[in-house]
Design a protein around this ligand. Structure first.
Ligand SMILES: Cc1cc2nc3c(=O)[nH]c(=O)nc-3n(C[C@H](O)[C@H](O)[C@H](O)COP(=O)(O)OP(=O)(O)OC[C@H]3O[C@@H](n4cnc5c(N)ncnc54)[C@H](O)[C@@H]3O)c2cc1C
Length: 478
């Protein structure tokens, strides 16, 4: 009980027994599998930094609910300061791991449930908020990590859940029992599901009354009976299995497909069941929180790219090249505008009826659209500055080969005084930053497709007041 150290976090995962498949094989030792472990290490950093002076004040906060110190990733925001701290922490962690630390999604789910379960209870007289608060206490007291089970497989995108040819295309309730519900379906792109103690499931879209069996939210342990994790491919993933050429020496990201093969959920872990009109609130709240989280950590990732570009400029002898400096400036301003937009969405946040704070949705979604385009531009600029070896550097095994290693090191040396090994390491990091598909593609689709961001911006913007302003200037009276 209480805050966990990194070692305690890893041990707590060791005590779990999830059903996992990867690359065609069943994996029994998840924690020591090098591919999955590199992802677990990313999440472990959220525990590790809690003990570092540089991070402690940002990570450790106080929970009025349990009246104890908690990790910020277990605290739904209770003030504007909390909203701001989320962004600052995500930026610092993004630049610490250079990939996705994976723990923000669970907080985004907790924050959403903290708001919406209260609203559902007000309308329907249900007791979802009580269930949620008890679950939150459990998360906080044990310093647990949760992932976000939001994205359904969705089948034919032109049809709603109930209209699908196969009725399991969205996670649904297949049985209601006295002691709980049984759910079936699949959630995809499940960032860090095996780094998580808990899987929190929310609806992925607005639902109609006929979709009520699909309007379901709940939490289950990541090793619940019937739950199957299938770890997806990511470019560069065999590097971790090979034990070399990983680029990022410690951290990585993986996203399993999660199959719910008739999983039992006790009633006290159910947070929505049939109140279909609230599915849309859950989606908007979650995706907006998550888009705000992205702006922080992706700004941190650009910080790593800037550091990589500047170091290779030094190693290559181009530090004084004017166009390289300009390109680094262009990378920095992209990180800062992304960060600034997320900070603004926090400062413009407001208190919800439950007492939890919510960000400004339009600003959070604007930052995500910005991220989708500008991360790609920052990556392009980094590759331009670093050079072609971001693409095709020989393996460390070739550098160690007694027959060719010496020749390779001779020809890959650049500026005098810089060990060739350092130049090789930096190129490898640039490759990882640019080409880790499990991370780079989340810049575009993470937290919803770019069109979803646009739709949310239009729906949530006060367009009426903009029309009024324009008509006033033109001298038109309604
Ligand atoms: C690296 C990564 C990590 C992720 N992590 C998580 C996670 O931890 N948890 C989680 O729940 N999800 C996660 N996601 C999922 C992410 O939210 C989805 O990928 C995103 O919502 C898009 O859904 P999709 O992949 O099914 O694509 P689709 O929804 O099929 O979208 C593909 C394209 O079709 C368009 N489209 C889809 N439906 C329609 C329609 N009806 N009309 C018009 N156009 C349409 C979209 O706008 C888009 O352009 C992650 C995704 C990635 C790539």
């Amino acid at each position: 009980m209480g805050l966990k150290t990194k070692a305690e976090y890893i041990e707590s995962l060791r005590e779990m027994n999830p059903v996992v498949y990867m690359f065609g094989e069943k994996i029994t030792n998840v924690v020591d599998n090098p591919r999955i472990r590199a992802g677990i290490e990313s999440t472990a950093s959220t525990y590790e930094v809690a003990e570092l002076d540089e991070f402690r004040d940002l990570v450790i906060t106080h929970s009025p609910l349990i009246d104890e110190p908690v990790n910020r990733f277990c605290l739904p925001p209770e003030s504007i300061e909390d909203l701001v701290a989320r962004v600052k922490l995500n930026r610092k962690l993004g630049s610490w791991v250079g990939t996705c630390h994976q723990r923000c999604t669970g907080l985004d789910c907790l924050s959403t449930l903290s708001i919406v379960t209260y609203d559902v209870d007000q309308k329907h007289g249900t007791s979802y908020n009580k269930n949620f608060v008890n679950f939150l206490k459990y998360m906080q007291k044990n310093d647990l990590t949760a992932n976000a089970g939001v994205t359904d497989v969705k089948g034919d995108r032109s049809l709603g859940p109930k209209a699908q040819a196969d009725e399991d295309m969205y996670v649904r309730v297949v049985e209601k029992r006295d002691d709980g519900i049984v759910v079936r379906g699949a959630k995809v792109h499940q960032t860090g599901s095996l780094s998580s103690h808990e899987i929190i499931v929310l609806p992925t879209r607005a639902m109609k009354p006929e979709d009520k069996d699909y309007a379901v939210a709940f939490a289950i342990p990541s090793d619940a009976p019937g739950l199957i994790h299938v770890v997806g491919r990511s470019s560069l993933d065999t590097r971790e299995l090979d034990g070399c050429d990983t680029g990022n020496m410690r951290y990585s990201k993986y996203c399993p497909t999660l199959i719910f093969n008739d999983v039992f959920v006790p009633w006290d872990r159910v947070f929505l069941c049939g109140e279909s009109e609230f599915a849309v609130d859950m989606v908007i709240k979650f995706s907006s929180f998550h888009r705000q989280s992205h702006g922080g950590c992706k700004a941190g990732k650009i910080d790593c790219m800037v550091g990589t570009a500047l170091t290779l400029m030094d190693y290559n002898g181009t530090s004084k090249a004017g166009h390289h400096k300009q390109k680094v400036i262009d990378m920095i301003h992209r990180a800062e505008t992304l960060y600034g937009c997320c900070l603004a969405s926090s400062y413009e946040g407001n208190e919800q009826p439950s007492g939890t704070y919510f960000i400004d949705t339009v600003l959070a979604n604007a930052s995500k659209i910005h991220e989708g385009k500008e991360m790609a531009e920052a990556t392009r600029l980094m590759i331009d500055v670093c050079g072609g070896f971001v693409a095709d550097l020989p393996s460390d095994k070739d550098f160690e080969n007694p027959e060719i290693g010496g020749m390779l090191k001779k020809y890959l040396k650049a500026k005098e005084g810089i060990p060739v090994e350092n130049r090789i390491k930096m190129f490898r990091l640039a490759e990882k930053l640019a080409m880790e598909s499990a991370d780079t593609i989340s810049d575009i689709h993470g937290g919803g497709s770019p069109e979803a961001h646009r739709v949310t911006i239009f729906r949530e913007s006060d367009t009426k007041s903009k029309i009024k302003r324009a008509k006033r200037l033109a001298g038109i009276e309604d």
